[in-house]
Design a protein around this ligand. Sequence first.
Ligand SMILES: Cc1cc2nc3c(=O)[nH]c(=O)nc-3n(C[C@H](O)[C@H](O)[C@H](O)COP(=O)(O)OP(=O)(O)OC[C@H]3O[C@@H](n4cnc5c(N)ncnc54)[C@H](O)[C@@H]3O)c2cc1C
Length: 477
Amino acid sequence: NDGDALEFIESLRQKIRNLEAAGKINRNYDPYIQPDLQDEETYDFIIVGGGSAGSALVHRLSEISDWKILLLEAGGEPDILSDVAYWSQLLHLTENNWNYFTEKEENFGLGLEDQKMYWPRGKILGGSSQLNFMVYSRGAREDYDRWENMGNPGWSYKDVLPFFKKLETCKLAHADWEFRGTDGPISAEDPYRSKVADVFVEAAKQAGYEYLDYNGRSHAGVSHVQGTTSKGFRCSGERCYIRPIKNRKNLTISLHSSVIKLLIKDKTAYGVEFERNGRIYKAYTRKEIILSAGVINSAQILLLSGIGPEKELSKFGIETIQDLPVGRKIYDHPAFIGLGFTTDMNIVMDGRKALEDEAFIELYNNGTGILTSIVQAQSLMFAKTAVAQDNIPDVEIILFSSHFCENFEIGLAKNVHISRKIYEDLCPSYEGMAKFFLGIFLLYPESYGYLELASASYNGQIFSWNFPIISGIVWLS
Ligand SMILES: Cc1cc2nc3c(=O)[nH]c(=O)nc-3n(C[C@H](O)[C@H](O)[C@H](O)COP(=O)(O)OP(=O)(O)OC[C@H]3O[C@@H](n4cnc5c(N)ncnc54)[C@H](O)[C@@H]3O)c2cc1C
């Protein structure tokens, strides 16, 4: 049950604490000291949400020492497990997750608990980069060029490439160096792999796919997975962008600070209202407010601020400032994870090793070993199906050295909310066997959904942030 999962997570945290107390590892972790906030302070930039986007903005904007920056993050500081790539996925099961679900629909999610699709989002400094799969993957060249052709100058691949290079330190054994960077804050590394990774690559090569750096000249081919890790640790936005600069004098990082709405006058946002430790504050800006609260919560904040479909806002008595289709079209990449294999060869990862003290000592002292594995993702290919358009790969196939038919409470099944019934019907005879699976991700889904407010708890009252405010994500098949 969930209690057992939390106990297991706590035992891993305790293991790290014990190893540190025994002097076997050194975490070098310096906690975030919370600032004494004044109400009605003015800043140059207010950044709402310290996830992937917010972390990069905090780092880069605070390089200008004359600019005073405020970061407001609803979650808290990193969990002791956040940095450990192999185990950090377990943060899904803790309070560091917003825990969203889509609405129940008739025709999909049939194998999921309550037929609802699960949308984990990080509620922690670093946001979803603290609980994602860490597959280091840029968008496709063709996508950026298409964006530019749709009337967005500055978004072609040629235009965005210098920024991809600037953000990264590429440490891969095999890289297309003309397209890679060497001294940025985020690093791309080869994570720990087992032999099945090479079996997959070899099979794809035999089927005619080129072995390449999928973040290089072209992504159409096969490759080993590139991990967003730094010296073997999860390279979250928090660890790689914020932690090294968190003591800059012009930067205020306020955690457990939930933005309620934007303050708007004459159609210009001049500040935000937020809640911290039960107290409501206002903060004002001289330059800009940057809404980087993630795909769901940024929409929520706009809606609560009166920016959204008038019909929806009026239902909740929210005055419309700008009638815009906020939340009306939301895409994600559906994945099929049902293609599993068992093997009697010694080629898959042995998860038991990830529990041993030696694995933690190797990670903290050398940055190597099984704990650098990024959720056991090992190899991948970008391929074209028979219906691919414009000759561009339309599926990504990732080989994972794991399977959902293992450890219901803490494993992949829980990560995607497979129903207990399906698990019990399908899995018992496979438990304990050596397994791997291919996840097939649709890159250009035609399906999309929308999200709507479920409540109008916006008017300065303190409301619970523990339950999803937005519940109406409806997927159209
Ligand atoms: C399970 C999973 C696996 C993934 N795997 C990969 C992968 O392998 N590779 C990859 O490239 N991408 C992956 N992604 C996607 C990637 O992690 C996200 O696209 C990215 O992190 C989104 O960044 P963001 O800044 O938009 O939002 P987030 O990183 O979610 O940041 C939003 C932040 O805003 C905060 N916030 C929200 N509301 C408020 C509020 N009202 N006030 C203050 N703060 C607020 C949140 O707590 C959070 O910290 C994955 C995502 C998930 C969920």
